[in-house]
Every structure is written in C-alpha cells, then in structure tokens.
Write a protein of this length. Structure first.
Lengths: 163, 88
C-alpha cells in the first residue's frame, strides 16, 4: 500500500513519520471518488479525517469574474472549515495534513496550490499537503508534500486503488 | 479596545505577537490602526486601493464579517487566510 521514496525519505528523515493510517487514506480516497469529477478537500488530524466542503462552485456562481474556476479545477475551504483549521493549532488535535483531489489531472502540487500555501517563503499553515489523483473508476495514486527548504516537496507516494 | 489575532505566518511582522490590542470602531479602523503600528502588514491585508484582499477573511467573535462591521468594546477579531488551490 505504502511506497516510501527511499533515498529522499531517508535523507530527509521522514521514514519515522506515521501520519497517515490506512483507514484515514481509505476515507480520503472515498471522499475523492464521491466528489468526482469535482475536486474535494479536507483535513487529516491526529485522530481522524474531516471531510470539508469545497465552496468553489458557490464562489464562482457569486462572482464568476473574481472566481473564474469551478470545483472541476479548483477548491476553496469554507469559512467555517478555515476557522476550524486555524483553531486546531491551539488544540490537542491539530490538523496535520490538508488534502485535495485532482480529477483526471494527476497528483502533483500545482503552482496554484503553491500560491495558496506559501507567503513570503513560509507555509501559511504548519501542515503537509496530500494530493489525490482521482479518475473516473479508480484512484490513480496520492502524493504527500512537506515544506522543506522553502518549498513543498514530495515525501511519500501512496498506491492507487479501485474504489 | 479590541484584540486582533494575527495568523502565525504573519507574526514575524508583528514582532511575533499573536494577539494585539488596538482601537477602532469598525474592523477597517482597527485594521488600519494595526497596520500603522506594523507597516509591513498592510501589503498582506490590503490591495493598494484599500480593499481587503480576497484571500483574507475576517471574523469577530467567531463569525465571518466584512470590513465595515461595527465593533464593540472587547471584541476579538480573527484574520484568517484562505486555503485554496487547484490544477495549473
């Protein structure tokens, strides 16, 4: 199920991280498939997964000039979910990973993702990002990115699944 | 007085203060007072035309509000940065 990118992971000392259980990954995969062909988003915490609402379609409908993308190619967390995220860092159950899916586009940390995750060379939130490659009949794979040396870099690759 | 909670990523611009007390009868006034004290914050919160940036969300006592919102003594303001993304 889990493939560790050995050399990179060893160099970066990521092999001891046990931050994503099989059951959490399964829930994230199901969320991605149920949301297909639109992007989904959510949080992985110490004790589980919080599926969130992608409000991109609402924003697009409200103001298509300001928000030209729909949920087919973009995601935005709701205010309530952002408040949850923000406050989680002062709790004993902080968000560890922000996840979102890329329908039919592959799992990669896009420039758009990067622009919304980094300010002045620092991560906006102290989290890793998981990007899921979701296709019409299956999950292609998922990739975990961690902020290292000024950018989000791939640290783990997870196999896909028929789901 | 009201308090403003600064997002962690911007705290280096406020001498690493997380909560700042300031004056203001509206959110906008309070934010402007904040930016007068910490000038480098302004470019992160406002567009050059004085409008709050679209990825900056504001809350008072946990409820999302606009920058015109009238404040009461003791209100707590959250500055929350939107999390978003998509393919490119």
């Amino acid at each position: 199920m889990l493939i560790i990118l050995d050399e990179f992971a060893l160099n970066m000392n990521f092999t001891n991280e046990n931050i994503l259980s099989d059951s959490a990954l399964e829930r994230v995969y199901l969320h991605s498939r149920h949301s297909y062909p639109e992007e989904c988003c959510g949080f992985i915490l110490n004790d589980g997964v919080k599926e969130c609402e992608n409000v991109q379609n609402k924003l697009h409908k409200l103001d298509p000039f300001k928000y030209p993308r729909t949920a087919r190619t973009a995601f935005t967390f709701s205010f309530e979910d952002l408040l949850f995220l923000d406050r989680s860092f002062n709790s004993n159950n902080p968000v560890r990973i922000i996840y979102h899916s890329h329908p039919d586009l592959g799992a990669y940390f896009s420039d758009e993702d990067r622009n919304h995750a980094i300010i002045d060379g620092e991560p906006i939130y102290p989290v890793k990002h998981l990007v899921i490659d979701v296709q019409s009949t299956r999950i292609g794979c998922a990739k975990l990115f961690k902020f290292v040396n000024g950018d989000y870099q791939l640290v783990k690759l997870f196999d896909g699944k028929e789901i | 007085m009201v308090t403003i909670n600064i997002p962690k990523v911007l705290q280096k611009l406020t001498n690493y203060q997380e909560i700042i007390e300031t004056k203001g009868s509206t959110i906008d006034e309070a934010l402007n007072n904040l930016c007068e004290s910490y000038e480098n914050l302004k470019a992160h919160i406002y567009y050059p035309n004085g409008i709050v940036k679209s990825h900056i969300l504001l809350a008072v006592n946990g409820n999302q509000v606009g920058s015109e919102t009238v404040l009461n003594e003791g209100d707590s303001i959250d500055i929350i940065i939107a999390a978003a993304g998509g393919y490119s």
